[in-house]
Design a protein around this ligand. Structure first.
Ligand SMILES: C[S@@+](CC[C@H](N)C(=O)[O-])C[C@H]1O[C@@H](n2cnc3c(N)ncnc32)[C@H](O)[C@@H]1O
Length: 347
């Protein structure tokens, strides 16, 4: 996926063609003004206040308890960005954004947009990171409130993909036990347990995050077979031949190569014969730029915020193979472009 400089009139088209338009300013000033406006509206409850109706700026500002004139500036910006429409003094949310921005929709991204206000502060440290190589290690520095924002953001990213991948993950027949490392909101476990009636899941989460994460799972778990345990996958013993499936989604980008090799060995030992090790991750392409803007900037973001960054398929399958597991066909969901689940089985 790519954000593209698209001309909005003939003069802009000519300016772009002739390389007269100041592209780095469009990619930065225009992009960050727009991004922050979209996020601020989520934080302030603007989308929810408009809902599926059309409202004047004054009605929106009184519903959100915000300053009338400043609210009108924000609404006007959102019209320019293309999220709202304006007619006769009334603002409405474009139909295609109801799914993404209204809380009645399970697919809404409001939690992620609010979490991005914190991610914005982290990205502001990028120059320091590049100068010094010092990463933020955000998992060890978050307050309970920040953990809540983080886990709601993770919910938003996973709610559709968890449903899509649950039928595609090769869970062994009659499986009874899975371990979901860093399973957060629990949606992957919940969807798998719904699909496999004999399966129970243990979600291993960092102690600081368990309260916020398990509160989300409570809203979704209809199986009563998803439980949490406080732990650290890097230091805890995972046991011997206990699990039919061990899943780790969006976590290995926090670990170094050595940590991932060692973890794969522990996981192989903790799997029953025939058990599956599934790694869900954004994939780093083997050459710079191959994965496009989303893949390369996500890799940069992860390298700033934790100890490593995204990995290539060869690297991740390398950990699985070195632990004696046999590689199977990856799962490639449509609802999260650039993300795959790499599957390996214990013989
Ligand atoms: C990016 S989130 C992914 C959440 C979820 N698996 C998903 O895909 O939506 C990473 C999660 O891993 C957890 N985590 C990070 N390091 C961990 C560790 N060493 N052991 C267990 N969990 C860990 C974090 O608390 C966080 O909830």
């Amino acid at each position: 996926m790519k954000i593209k400089n698209q001309p909005e009139n003939l003069i802009e088209w000519v300016a772009l063609k002739a390389n007269l338009a100041p592209i780095p300013l469009i990619d930065t000033q225009v992009a960050f003004n727009a991004a922050r406006a979209i996020m601020a509206a989520a934080e302030l409850g603007i989308y929810e206040a408009i809902g599926k109706n059309s409202k004047t700026a004054d009605r929106v500002s009184s519903a959100c308890n915000t300053h009338p004139e400043a609210t009108r500036h924000l609404l006007d910006a959102l019209v320019g960005i293309g999220y709202l429409q304006w007619s006769n003094g009334n603002y409405s949310l474009k139909q295609k954004f109801h799914k993404w921005l209204l809380k009645e929709s399970e697919s809404n991204l409001i939690g992620k947009l609010r979490f991005q206000i914190l991610e914005w502060e982290w990205m502001a440290k990028l120059e320091d990171y590049v100068r010094t190589g010092k990463t933020l290690e955000m998992h060890s520095a978050m307050s309970p409130k920040e953990w809540q924002l983080y886990q709601e953001g993770m919910r938003d990213l996973s709610v559709n993909v968890a449903k899509e991948v649950a039928p595609k993950i090769p869970v062994p027949d009659g499986a009874t036990a899975m371990l979901d490392i860093g399973g957060s909101h629990g949606l992957f476990s919940i969807e798998l347990c719904k699909k496999h009636s004999s399966l129970s899941s243990t979600i291993m989460e960092l102690p600081g995050s368990i309260e916020a994460a398990s509160a989300i799972a409570k809203r979704y778990d209809t199986t009563d077979r998803v439980n949490y345990t406080a732990g650290n996958a890097l230091t805890d013993d995972l046991g011997k031949e206990k699990y039919d499936l061990i899943m780790i989604n969006n976590v290995v980008h926090h670990f170094t190569s050595e940590q991932n090799f060692a973890l794969a060995k522990k996981i192989a030992a903790a799997l029953k014969p025939g058990g599956v090790y599934a790694i869900g991750e954004f994939i780093r392409q083997s050459k710079p730029g191959e994965g496009g803007v989303a893949a390369s900037t996500t890799g940069l973001y992860f390298s700033l915020t934790s100890s490593s960054g995204t990995w290539s398929i060869d690297e991740m399958e390398g950990w699985q193979k070195s632990a004696g597991l046999k590689i199977e066909k990856p799962v490639s969901p449509m609802s999260l472009p650039g993300w795959k689940i790499l599957i390996a089985r214990k013989s």
